[in-house]
Design a binder for this molecule. Structure first.
Ligand code: HEC
Length: 150
């Protein structure tokens, strides 16, 4: 019996420790740092495919697929660090005042990623290039409206 209680205590402790970190940030500053870091990684993994799309580097189906798999994981991360009271970083106030538009920009990006994933699975370079360009446009159009200009 004692052993059982011990196990429950451990499970409870794990739940306590892991739950807040799933979706919450203690300070708005922490949330801004998190989404900035996630975006920086998205920028890195997206940007490294640009030379391939521009035919300055060879197209390697498997490498592109592997990179897109990473990008698909990263693509879900920044949005968990938005929410009421999390203003700041390089995000414009419009993210909060026009949350519907910001959501639509995310959806456009996600749709583009789904297409890019499908295109990369075919191994067809032109399909990849076109889908890559579309995702690039979705990055830019969101930045134009919701990211602070430097
Ligand atoms: C739905 C909107 C949206 C989409 C889509 C989007 N971004 Fe961003 N991005 C932002 C916002 C907002 C910031 C500023 C984040 C902050 O600091 O609060 C940002 C920041 C960045 C940064 C700066 C990160 C840093 O070092 O602080 C990079 C790089 C970046 N994005 C690249 C990309 C790339 C590449 C794509 C597409 C593959 C993309 N983003 C798609 C909204 C978006």
């Amino acid at each position: 019996m004692k052993k059982k209680i011990g196990l429950f205590a451990v499970a409870g402790l794990i739940a306590l420790v892991s739950t807040p970190s799933m979706a919450q940030f203690a300070k708005a500053e922490d949330a801004a740092k998190y989404r900035g870091a996630a975006m920086a990684l998205i920028g890195s993994h997206f940007g490294r495919m640009a030379p391939v799309a521009k035919k300055e580097a060879p197209y390697d189906k498997q490498k592109i697929q592997e990179n897109i798999a990473v990008l698909n994981v990263l693509a879900d991360l920044p949005w968990t660090a938005y929410g009421p009271g999390k203003e700041g970083g390089e995000s414009r106030p419009e993210v909060w005042s026009d949350s519907e538009g910001f959501k639509q920009a995310q959806d456009k990006f996600k749709t583009g990623m789904t297409k890019l994933t499908a295109a990369s699975d075919t191994g067809d370079f032109d399909a990849f290039r076109v889908a890559f360009g579309e995702v690039g446009k979705s990055c830019k159009s969101c930045h134009d409206s919701y990211r602070k200009k430097k």
